[in-house]
Write a protein that binds this ligand. Structure first.
Ligand SMILES: Cc1cc2nc3c(=O)[nH]c(=O)nc-3n(C[C@H](O)[C@H](O)[C@H](O)COP(=O)(O)OP(=O)(O)OC[C@H]3O[C@@H](n4cnc5c(N)ncnc54)[C@H](O)[C@@H]3O)c2cc1C
Length: 415
């Protein structure tokens, strides 16, 4: 079916979690929304482990029952394995808060993203896959629409009052406007794939995400159990070391796996399904979240790092916060940058807390175990950060002690 109209209230670029969330909520609020997705759905995507705080956006979107009825493994905890092979006690989310929001899911992104895309359509958004936005149209500094190509049709212009860029790492607008700043401290690459038959834990640990450092601590692996017998396994390390050594991704992956016996043991009887995939330079932030008539959400706004599985949560949350701001802006007939980005300062404060925890993870001498021993009263705050409870609560107070602790470690190394 072709695109129905030449003009909409809102055009959303990209049908990932951010775009489908914004499209669903805006359509539900009564606005005319076009959601344009470049790929044919369902499509493969990295990012399969969710954070528990996704619960609240799922609830608002009305998809909780579908997730509960799915075969996706329940994720009740996250566990860290050090470079010496020592496994931490799992951080069980329910020990911190006894509520059903304290568990989440490990998802196959093809199916999960399709479910959110279909949900946006059910709420009244006009959703098209195989529809690539070629450019955003501006009149002066104001975005007024997009130019897109739908399947085999000729490219056409679509007008709208607000353009929401949810194009993921493609960051269509931030790239075009030259406002995408890579994080120089996190120049990472990842090589990852799916395995069948990897050994997973049993009982309440069956669906846990495990983060394992390699012996030299220069890279780390994720182990994400997926439905059936499938597991997602990926390694993350500095981009120069991982991709510029002249070795193939298969060779690099095998070398890193050799340095991670705790994971290699789990893969003894496992078979890889499909090729290994490579992603690189994925940590960046746009300097500006919005302009007149346009706003960035999800990875199109920025991405931190995969270590705490925060990407989908932040995509959903920014989609939700932006949708509320756009709804108000459309009602008031004021789609200025200031109004449609009014949520951004609060969002950035939450993002900064997770960023600080990511940077702590990459400080060589830092150990969460030792920090927790010294400051056991921060355990709840650390769990809040791992859950994604960063937009309320007092998780920020952990950094009153963690910042000086890290500074003393790095100063000691420098002298
Ligand atoms: C190595 C790695 C591991 C990760 N692991 C996790 C994890 O375990 N848990 C987690 O929560 N997150 C993880 N992430 C992050 C997660 O993948 C993203 O944060 C999340 O997918 C962002 O959602 P989004 O909707 O913003 O973008 P996406 O999910 O990327 O969706 C963007 C969509 O826009 C479409 N698009 C792009 N350009 C256009 C265009 N011009 N026109 C139309 N459509 C377009 C794309 O096809 C895509 O479908 C990981 C990321 C990396 C790099």
């Amino acid at each position: 079916m072709s695109i129905a109209h030449d003009s909409y209230d809102v055009v959303v670029i990209g049908g990932g979690p951010a775009g489908s969330t914004a499209a669903a909520l805006l359509a539900e609020a009564g606005h005319r929304v076009l959601l344009a997705e470049r790929e044919q759905f369902p499509r493969f995507h990295v990012g399969e482990s969710l954070m528990p705080e996704t619960y609240w956006t799922f609830k608002r979107l009305g998809v909780l029952d579908r997730l509960k009825a799915s075969r996706c493994p329940r994720k009740l905890s996250v566990q860290f394995v050090s470079h010496t092979g020592k496994a931490s006690t799992p951080f069980y989310f329910f020990k911190h808060r006894d509520h059903e929001c304290s568990q989440t899911w490990q998802v196959l992104r093809g199916e999960f993203d399709q479910m959110l895309f279909d949900n946006a359509a059910a709420k009244g958004a006009e959703c098209h896959d195989q529809t690539r936005v070629i450019d955003v149209l501006f009149e002066g500094r104001r975005a007024v629409g997009v130019r897109l190509k739908h399947r085999d049709e000729e490219p056409r212009a679509i007008r709208c009052r607000v353009v929401v860029d949810a194009s993921g790492q493609q960051s269509l607008l931030a790239n075009r406007l030259g406002i995408r700043d890579p994080n120089p401290r996190l120049r990472k690459a990842s090589i990852w794939g799916h395995y069948l038959g990897a050994r997973r834990d049993t009982g309440i640990d069956e669906g846990a995400t495990i983060i394992l450092h390699t012996q030299n601590k220069r890279s780390w692996f994720w182990f994400i159990p997926l439905e059936g017998d499938r597991a997602s396994i990926g390694v993350v390390g500095d981009v120069d070391r991982m991709l510029k050594s002249g070795r193939s991704p298969d060779e690099v992956f095998a070398d890193e796996l050799e340095r991670c016996p705790a994971l290699a043991e789990r893969l003894t009887n496992a078979q890889r399904q499909g090729p290994l995939r490579v992603v690189r330079d994925f940590s960046y932030l746009a300097r500006q979240p919005a302009g007149d008539g346009w706003v960035l959400i999800g990875d199109a706004l920025g991405f931190l790092d995969p270590v705490y599985s925060s990407g989908v949560f932040l995509a959903l949350k920014s989609g939700e916060m932006a949708a509320d701001a756009i709804h108000e802006a459309l009602r008031q007939d004021d789609t200025s940058a200031q109004r449609i980005a009014c949520w951004a300062p609060q969002f950035m404060r939450g993002l900064t807390l997770i960023r600080k925890l990511v940077e702590a993870f990459y400080v060589d001498q830092f150990s969460f175990g030792q920090f927790m021993k010294a400051y056991p009263h921060h355990r709840g705050r650390l769990t809040d950060l791992l859950i994604g409870r960063v937009f309320d609560g007092d998780a920020a107070a952990i950094f009153d002690d963690m910042d000086p602790w890290i500074a003393s470690l790095t100063n000691a190394q420098a002298t």
